[in-house]
Design a protein around this ligand. Structure first.
Ligand SMILES: [Zn+2]
Length: 194
């Protein structure tokens, strides 16, 4: 007998005490864990590109691949740095999140940093089974890194149950972003390659 398990997966975020957001917050140095496969690195790069091109470069990432996760405490300008970490369901931070949710399993977690500590995106490798889910989850977590919260609309990349929400950045998401950063979302040309 063939059994298909449909997992409901979701995201959690831990936001730091907020400062007044400025567009400088949208220009980040990104450090990608050396444990991602080449294919997964491509997925992460594609997700970052989607944010960059949908905002005409207002969101901008400078990415270093092959980063050793033991070194993230020594990052320069940590307040503008984002570490992308590949973890698994045995990670205690993920297990703590699972305990808070009975109906879903955590596949992504955003943990806000501070002026001296880098922010972190944790992706749960043994629960993200395919490339398009990596791309969607990563776009969602970047939204958190930009100060966006969860959306109750399924027409949003920020819907917390990731498979049920939008799998791409929507007009609605850009409106929310521009509410935070005081921009005009209708001005974005959004010439994105697919
Ligand atoms: Zn989330």
């Amino acid at each position: 007998m063939f059994v298909i398990l449909l997992a409901i997966v979701s995201c959690a975020s831990i936001q730091a005490p907020s400062h007044i957001p400025s567009k400088d917050d949208l220009v980040k140095k990104v450090y990608v864990d050396k444990n991602f496969t080449l294919e997964q690195q491509k997925d992460l790069a594609y997700a970052m590109y989607q944010w960059e091109c949908n905002t005409d470069g207002m969101v901008k990432f400078t990415v270093s691949y092959g980063f050793d996760m033991n070194n993230y405490h020594f990052i320069e300008n940590a307040g503008y740095a984002l570490v992308i970490e590949k973890t698994d369901s045995l990670d205690h931070e993920i297990q703590e999140m699972d305990k808070l949710k009975t109906a879903s399993k955590t596949i992504g977690l955003y943990i806000a940093g501070s002026d001296t500590e880098a922010s972190r995106i944790l992706l749960v490798g043994d629960r993200i089974f395919y490339d398009s889910l990596y791309i969607a989850t990563m776009q969602h977590e970047i939204g958190h890194a930009q100060g966006m919260g969860h959306s109750s609309s399924t027409n949003s990349i920020m819907y917390p149950l990731i498979p049920n929400g939008a799998w791409h950045i929507t007009d609605y998401d850009l409106e929310v972003l521009c509410t935070i950063y005081n921009c005009d979302p209708t001005k974005f040309k959004r010439n994105c390659e697919q």
